[in-house]
Design a protein around this ligand. Structure first.
Ligand code: ADP
Length: 646
């Protein structure tokens, strides 16, 4: 029951009035019910509201999540694309540097011959120059891609500043060409004689600044100032390159270092460039904690200043005498001439093995090693090299080994030679890497894989010479051989004479050959090998002997072996072109493309014709080489040959 009571006011005896009623009849009951119902409604509304609001609030998060997912997918795609770009560049660099090796190497060899004169020398000089320019561009592109992918690393060494300055000036001074430009070198005599840093990269920066100064100056002055300040463990170097050239417009200044572009293209129409150099220079200098600045007045000239950090090595300054002698040097000598005049040591006691799957590369290497008088054996695969070292019939003084070869690459071949063969000879023979792959192949990697040295292709004659002197030349043995020198000189004379005799016969024979071997341009072939028919004939013999196994492989092509087929037919293309068998080269190339594109129908339809043509050529080469005239010449040469092919 529900009760209500009230004390009666002014009641002296304490009256209370109370009313009682059954609870069901009380209005509280209905109020309670109303309360219950309304709070139920509120609760439901509240829940609905919360659900609604939370949905609304979550919407942007959902969107973000989807966007995030998209971004992650995009990121993966970008990473894959970047990876593909690096792979592409690595492959391209290999593919481009290999022919560059032939262009630069062979033209350099020919320029070293006194008989090459007049217009031919001029044209050859241009071919060489163009080759070097192209190689520099390839190298710049590779460097940029390395920097962008974060794979660029500085390699600090202790280097000698006077030699550095001398080399850099000698290399750049030739850009003056015929222009009325005075070059001035200012060197602080307090420069330390040695510092620690990446001299090759600094040289690259200097070459860029100096070559630009010469390139963009028609007349007047180009000046290079070199100074330094010691700062504890560091030495801050400052290079200032100043010219009186065409100058740069103020609005172009910012673009110089960031845009991969040439500025002021209207007035620079005739000057070639890629716009890569300064971008690279800035990135490299920044990696050395430094910066490059430029001041310029349009039409009057420009001043580029590079300041960067090297590590302190010695207090000994270069001194007044060295500074003065550097500054007074007349840098007029053409670098390439000095290269051609490189004096090679004669080391007829030495034997080397060159391993490369590309015929032309073998020929370049052999040509470059010819003047040392050593025995140069060539093989075309890692496996053959391993077999020769295992048999040990010839004790080689060194192996020059290519990196990328089908079947067994240079690194694997070196590993087997070092680890599996196990003889002292195999463990100790110097192995020198020669590779066109500038991205994958860095020196440290090769040195850690059992190689002693690394020469990149295109082969630099100077570096090859240094490697030969260091790893192959044996001064002790030479002392013992001093008595035999007379004999060696006699041999040289004989060599020269029979070389002349060989050449006399060349033209006649080359013409005869052109008539007798269809599908083969023997005249160009002989020219390709520096006019030395002996070498060309040997290459032909090696082609005739080594191509049939390739053909057997090609014959067995199936849909599933197309990838392998592409590699083999690529090889056939290369060797055929190197002997000037253009028709076969072109057929092989078409088939290589088809195989790479998985076009089995094309391969099936054209493979037989390629095999037939190649077999016919091999047969003709056989006939040609067994001809009396040729073998007579070969016999004549055999007594004096210092090279041979395995
Ligand atoms: P490249 O010379 O190969 O075009 P660089 O990156 O070295 O590339 O230079 C970029 C541009 O800067 C050049 O194309 C040229 O327009 C300008 N430049 C560089 N150095 C000079 C200079 N010393 N005088 C005038 N202009 C210059």
């Amino acid at each position: 029951r529900l009760g209500v009571w009230q004390t009666v006011t002014r009641s002296t005896s304490g009256w209370i009035v109370a009313v009682g009623a059954p609870i069901d009849e009380s209005p509280v009951r209905s109020a309670q019910l109303g309360l219950l119902i309304s709070s139920g409604i509120f609760l439901i509304c509240g829940i609905a509201l919360v659900v609604f609001i939370s949905r609304e609030v979550a919407k942007p998060f959902k969107k973000l999540e989807v966007q995030n997912q998209d971004l992650m997918e995009l990121n993966a795609e970008v990473a894959a694309a970047n990876e593909a770009k690096s792979r592409f560049l690595a492959n391209m660099s290999h593919e481009m540097r290999t022919p560059m090796n032939a262009i630069i190497g062979l033209s350099e060899l020919l320029l070293g011959e006194d008989e090459v004169r007049g217009e031919v020398r001029e044209s050859l000089d241009k071919v060489h120059g163009a080759g070097v320019t192209l190689l520099n561009i390839v190298n710049d592109i590779l460097d940029i891609s390395k920097i962008e992918s974060g794979k660029f690393e500085l390699v600090p060494v202790i280097y000698d500043l006077p030699s550095f300055i001398n080399d850099t000036v000698t290399l750049n001074i030739m850009h003056i060409a015929e222009k009325p430009i005075v070059f001035k070198l200012s060197i602080d005599e307090n420069l330390p004689s040695r510092v620690l840093g990446d001299d090759l990269r600094i040289k690259q920066v200097c070459n860029n600044l100096l070559s630009n100064a010469f390139k963009y100056t028609r007349e007047g002055l180009v000046e290079w100032r070199v100074s330094s300040e010691r700062d504890g463990e560091n030495v801050w170097m400052t290079f200032v390159v100043k010219d009186t050239g065409i100058g740069i417009k103020p609005e172009d200044m910012e673009k110089l270092f960031s845009n991969y572009s040439q500025v002021d293209t209207k007035s620079n129409r005739k000057i070639r460039g890629t716009g890569l150099g300064l971008v690279l220079a800035r990135r490299m200098i920044e990696m050395m904690d430094g910066q490059i600045m430029v001041e310029s007045e349009y039409g009057k000239g420009s001043t580029f200043t590079a300041r960067f950090r090297q590590k302190f090595v010695t207090d000994v300054p270069i001194g007044r005498e060295v500074a003065e002698s550097l500054m007074s040097l007349r840098y007029s000598e053409n670098q390439r001439d000095s290269r051609a005049k490189l004096v090679r040591v004669r080391i007829p006691y030495a034997k080397v093995l060159v391993v490369d799957d590309v015929q032309t590369n073998l020929d370049v290497a052999r040509g470059m090693m010819k003047s040392y008088g050593m025995q140069v054996d060539c093989v075309m695969s890692g496996r053959q090299a391993v077999d020769l070292i295992r048999k040990a019939e010839v004790r080689y003084n060194a192996i020059f080994m290519d990196h990328m070869m089908p079947e067994m690459d240079g690194i694997e071949a070196a590993r087997i030679i070092r680890e599996e063969i196990g003889t002292d000879y195999a463990k100790n023979i110097p192995i020198i890497a020669m590779t066109a792959n500038a991205i994958a192949g860095n020196e440290a990697m090769f040195l850690s894989k059992g190689f002693q040295a690394f020469i990149s292709k295109p082969i630099d004659i100077m570096l090859l010479d240094a490697a030969i002197r260091y790893w192959i030349r044996d001064k002790e043995l030479e002392k013992e051989l001093v008595n035999q020198q007379v004999e060696v000189e006699g041999q040289k004379l004989l060599d020269l004479r029979s070389g002349q005799e060989r050449r006399d016969g060349d033209d006649r024979r080359a013409n005869k050959a052109a008539e007798s071997v269809s599908g083969l341009d023997t005249q160009s072939g002989v020219e390709r090998f520096g006019g030395d028919e002996g070498i060309y004939n040997e290459v032909l013999a090696s082609y005739a002997q080594n191509t049939p196994p390739l053909l057997e492989k090609l014959r067995a092509v199936t849909v599933s072996s197309l990838a392998e087929y592409a590699i083999t037919v690529h090889g056939l293309k290369g060797v055929s072109r190197s002997i000037c068998a253009e028709d076969i080269g072109a057929r092989a190339e078409a088939l290589e493309h088809a195989a790479k594109a998985n076009d089995f129908a094309f391969v099936e339809a054209n493979n037989a014709a390629l095999l037939q043509a190649t077999e016919a050529l091999i047969a003709q080469i056989g006939d040609f080489l067994s001809g009396d005239q040729v073998s007579g010449i070969r016999d004549q040469g055999s007594g004096i040959k210092t090279e041979r092919r395995v």
